[in-house]
Design a protein around this ligand. Structure first.
Ligand code: UN1
Length: 505
């Protein structure tokens, strides 16, 4: 495998940042932006101190006091402008996503497209923050609800979707009248600087207050400060279950609101009637795409025993065709793992799977790279049972294959893991498809038929149940988490009837 020269990657990062209008000061800061393509440094970045975090929250809170009174359709203007700038700079931002997260350009551009899509959605939403009116039981009274801006939203995002997840939160929060303080993953500081610069420009262009968004960079201490500050009304955090376990109780302790989007252990059921050509394509994209580093990546296959051998053989031969390597190279579909610990976690999981009686059908080994860059061929592993390793989320391309004979058993296996993000079924049997989507079917926040588990559109609410954390981001009515609801009763009569028929005279 031919890896590019590290200096070439530094130059590409520098140029993309400049094109996005990011301010480049060579801070020599303690935060090191690296690229998983070569495992080398791109540049250093200033980390925020805890005082910087306090200042950012103060500025965002001050801006909130003004922003909340700007009519929502006018707030939409800044998001509309952001969407235009993202469209103009789609390749620049995608370039940074490839450099920092290792995604192939098509997936990196897809991620930026998700940002553009959510901006469009949010602009429309800015005229649709509907409340209801209800029939009051009292004559001469009106009962209704109103949605109001919530406050400062703290967004914590992960390395694997370094820009889209920020935009789901930020575009929606801004039209809802909130302001945002963003703590991105410390592995993707440059994409964050570029997004912040584009939003700052959008704000300038439409005359919105600069304080509507602030970026704070660093490791755990920066995130903790954000999580603990009572002025942060909502903490929206995407990442591991471990991170969620740390964040959730801290926010709850101060009665803040939390929106958690944590790990997945996503499965697809493949029924005997499935269109296998379609299933193989859906499975390979979901399991091997993004080198298995999406929270929606397919990690478990639950296949009817009558088609298991054929399916395994077809996936294995499709895996054999996948080009693994430098994501900038033509034809490459699988880029690097983010770092050494991701590679080690993958090897540990494969060792455990073997110890549990699993058979590695193909993949799992390092496929070129360098001392500091970790490229692996996606692994396909047949398991005799859903052992503990299969029940864990390993953030790498491992697809475990289990078999079933009876559909109820397939559903039981499907739901027998602690996580509940995404799921799918490949079947042409309508009864099975509907059962999978029914109350006693898949227990996940996302349940699909005849497509893979990953690659959701922004129009739906995104998130999952159980250890996935229960939060919903992005489309549908996920906006409600970013606002506070007031119930209003208005008496327009000259009497004072009490509810429930209570007499007090
Ligand atoms: C994530 O991995 O955190 O559904 C988000 C998908 C993408 C988003 C993934 N639209 O795969």
């Amino acid at each position: 495998m031919n890896l590019p020269a590290p200096e070439e990657l530094c130059r590409r990062a520098e140029e993309a940042l400049i094109r996005c209008g990011a301010e480049i000061t060579d801070a020599g800061g303690p935060l090191v932006a690296r690229t998983p393509i070569t495992g080398t440094e791109l540049r250093t970045v200033t980390a925020s101190s805890t005082d910087d975090v306090d200042r950012a929250i103060t500025a965002a809170h001050d801006a909130f006091l003004e922003w909340r009174t700007v009519p929502a359709p006018q707030r939409g203007a800044v998001v509309r402008r952001l969407g235009q700038l993202l469209t103009e700079h789609k390749t620049d931002l995608a370039e940074l996503v490839t450099l920092e997260a290792g995604k192939i350009p098509s997936e990196a551009q897809g991620e930026v497209q998700e940002m553009i899509d959510i901006c469009e959605f949010a602009v429309g939403l800015s005229r649709q923050l509907y409340g209801r009116t209800m029939a009051s039981e009292r004559p001469g009274h009106r009962l209704m609800e109103t949605w109001h801006p919530l406050g400062v939203v703290g967004v914590i995002s992960a390395f694997n979707f370094p820009v889209a997840v920020w935009s789901w939160n930020t575009a929606v929060a801004l039209v809802c009248g909130d302001t945002v303080v963003w703590k991105p993953s410390d592995r993707t500081p440059l994409t964050a600087i570029a997004c912040d610069a584009l939003l700052a420009r959008a704000a300038r262009d439409v005359g919105a207050p600069a304080g509507i968004h602030a970026l704070v960079q660093g490791a755990g201490d920066v995130g903790e400060r954000l999580v603990d500050d009572a002025r942060v009304a909502l903490v929206s955090a995407t990442g591991s279950v471990r991170m969620g376990r740390a964040v959730g109780p801290r926010v709850a302790a101060r009665f803040g609101k939390c929106l958690l989007e944590l790990g997945g252990n996503n499965a697809a059921v493949v029924a005997p009637s499935a269109d296998l050509d379609l299933a193989v394509r859906g499975i390979v994209f979901s399991a091997a795409g993004t080198a298995g580093q999406r929270c929606t990546s397919l990690r478990r296959l639950i296949v009817h025993s009558s088609v298991a051998d054929e399916l395994v053989q077809r996936i294995s031969s499709a895996y054999g065709q996948l080009k693994v390597g430098n994501p900038f190279d033509d034809g490459v579909l699988v880029g690097p793992l983010v770092n050494r610990s991701a590679f080690e976690a993958m090897q540990t999981a494969l060792d455990k799977a073997r110890a549990d009686g699993g058979t590695v059908v193909c993949g799992g080994e390092r496929s070129g790279g360098s001392d500091s860059a970790y490229y692996v061929s996606p692994a396909l592993v047949r398991m005799p049972a859903q052992t503990s390793v299969v029940q864990e989320e390993t953030f790498a391309p491992i697809l475990y294959v289990l078999t079933y004979d009876d559909f109820d058993q397939a559903i039981a296996l499907h739901n027998e893991v602690p996580q509940g993000l995404s799921s799918s079924i490949f079947t042409t049997d309508q009864r099975e498809a509907e059962r999978f989507l029914a109350p006693d079917g898949s227990d996940c926040g996302i349940a699909n038929v005849n497509i893979g588990t990953s690659g959701a559109e922004i129009g739906g609410a995104f998130g999952g149940e159980k250890e996935t954390g229960g939060g919903r981001e992005s489309g549908s009515d996920a906006w409600k988490a970013y606002m506070r609801r007031a119930t209003n009763t208005v008496n327009y009569s000259d009497r004072l009837p009490l509810a429930q028929g209570v007499e007090f005279t």
